[in-house]
Design a protein around this ligand. Structure first.
Ligand code: ARG
Length: 361
C-alpha cells in the first residue's frame, strides 16, 4: 500500500462526493491502523467510474456516471467467479438494452486470461485462418487446456479463470448468454451471403483497475459498441476478418485500381450493414458521428466542473471519416490520471512471443 496514493484518492472522494473532513480523518486513521486499504463499496463505485472518466482512449466517456458496479471481491473459487461472469454478461446484455457494467474481483488473486469475456476463436489451418486471427494464440492455449471448438468463423471462446497459482480452469459460456447479431444490409441483400455476425457486448477483461494504488487485476467492464469498431476494424482490418475484397466483389466494385476507391465504398456499406443490423435487432450501438457529439458534451461537462479532459487523439478519432468529427481538429494532453484502467499482459503471453504480422511492409 502506498499511503500517498490512498490519500490522493480519498481526498478526491471527499471533494467530489462531498464527504466531510471528519470522515476523511477517520478513514485515514483506520487505514493507518490496519496498514491496508480496502475500498468500501461506495469508494469502489466512485473509483471505477472515475477510472472510466480518465480513460484517454475512450470516446464514450459521457456516460461515466452510469457505470453499474458489481462488487464480487468476496468470491474465492473458479466456479463462483464463473457464475459472477455469467451474471455480468446477462446484466450487461439486458436483451440488447446494453448497460455499462463492471464486476470487480479480489485484488491480487483472481486472473481472467481472456481478452474479452466474449470473443471468437481463430484457427490456423492449411487453407488459411478460420475465425478471428487476433485470437490465434489464445485459442491455442485453450486447446492445450483441453478445449475444442467447432472450427467455425465465430466459435465463442471459453472463459479461462485462474485463482492464485492454481491451474487455470475453463468454462464454456452457455449459448443463451451470448447475444449475437446476424449482419445484413438494408439494400444489398447479398451481403447476407457472407454469413457474418458479431456479438452484442464488448467486455474488456484484460485491464486492471487501479484505485488509490490498489490493483484489481480482474475487473471486466463493458460499454456498447461503436459501429466502426466492428465495421471498420474487426471485419475490415487485413489482420482480422479482412472482408473488404469480398464485400467489393458482392458490390461489383472495380478493384483493379485504388483510385476507384473500392475500399472506401466497401467500408461504408459494411459499416451501414453493421449499424442497420444492430438497430433492427434492438441492440444498442452508436455511430461515430453521434459518439463524437456525445464526446463534445462530455468535454463541456468536464469544463463546467473545472476538470481538464485528457485524451489519446490517435484512439479517440474514429477509424472512418475521422476529419468529419470535431475530435480530429483538436488536440488532447495524454496524461494518465488515476483511478484508471491499465493494460496487463496475459500470463500465457509472458513466455510466448506475440504474433505480430508484418502487415503493411
Ligand atoms: N474494439 C474492441 C472490439 O472491437 C472493443 C473495445 C471496447 N469498445 C467499447 N465500445 N467499449 O471488440
Amino acid at each position: 500500500m502506498n499511503l500517498l496514493e490512498v490519500e490522493q484518492f480519498l481526498i478526491q472522494c471527499s471533494e467530489e462526493l462531498g464527504w466531510s473532513d471528519e470522515w476523511y480523518k477517520e478513514r485515514i486513521e483506520g487505514i493507518q491502523n490496519t496498514g491496508e486499504f480496502h475500498p468500501t463499496y461506495d469508494e469502489l463505485v466512485f473509483g471505477a467510474r472515475v477510472a472510466w472518466r480518465n480513460s484517454n482512449r475512450c470516446i464514450g466517456r459521457l456516460f461515466w456516471k452510469s457505470l453499474q458496479v458489481f462488487d464480487e471481491r468476496n468470491l474465492e473459487t473458479e466456479e463462483e467467479i464463473y457464475e459472477a461472469l455469467l451474471r455480468h454478461i446477462q446484466f450487461a446484455t439486458n436483451a440488447g438494452r446494453i448497460r455499462p457494467t463492471i464486476t470487480v474481483f479480489k485484488s491480487g488473486s483472481v486472473c481472467i486470461w481472456n481478452e474479452q469475456l466474449i470473443r471468437y476463436a481463430g484457427y490456423k489451418t492449411k487453407d488459411g485462418i478460420i475465425g478471428d486471427p487476433s485470437s490465434l494464440v489464445f485459442t491455442e492455449v485453450c486447446q492445450k487446456l483441453g478445449w475444442q471448438g467447432e472450427g467455425s468463423h465465430f466459435d465463442v471462446l471459453p472463459l479461462v479463470i485462474q485463482v492464485d497459482n492454481r491451474k487455470p480452469v475453463l468454462f464454456n459460456i452457455p449459448k443463451e448468454y451470448v447475444l449475437e447479431i446476424p449482419i445484413r444490409h438494408p439494400q444489398y441483400e447479398r451481403i447476407s451471403e457472407l454469413n457474418l455476425k458479431w456479438y452484442a457486448v464488448p467486455i474488456i477483461a484484460n485491464f486492471k483497475l487501479n484505485i488509490g494504488g490498489i490493483e484489481f487485476e480482474a475487473a471486466p467492464f463493458n460499454g456498447w459498441y461503436m459501429g466502426t469498431e466492428i465495421g471498420s476494424r474487426n471485419f475490415a482490418d487485413i489482420n482480422r476478418y479482412n472482408l473488404l475484397p469480398k464485400v467489393a466483389e458482392i458490390l461489383e466494385l472495380n478493384t483493379s485500381t485504388n483510385s476507384s476507391l473500392w475500399k472506401d465504398y466497401a467500408l461504408l456499406e459494411l459499416n451501414i450493414a453493421v449499424l442497420h443490423s444492430f438497430k433492427e435487432e434492438g441492440v444498442n450501438i452508436i455511430d461515430h458521428h453521434t459518439a463524437a457529439q456525445q464526446f463534445k458534451l462530455f468535454e463541456q461537462q468536464e469544463a463546467e466542473n473545472n476538470r481538464e479532459v485528457t485524451g489519446n487523439w490517435m484512439w479517440l478519432i474514429p477509424p472512418m471519416s475521422p476529419a468529419t468529427t470535431h475530435i480530429y481538429h483538436k488536440s488532447f494532453t495524454n496524461v494518465i490520471k488515476k483511478p484508471n484502467y491499465f493494460y496487463q499482459i496475459a500470463p500465457y503471453l509472458l513466455e510466448k512471443q506475440t504474433i505480430e504480422t508484418d502487415l503493411y511492409k
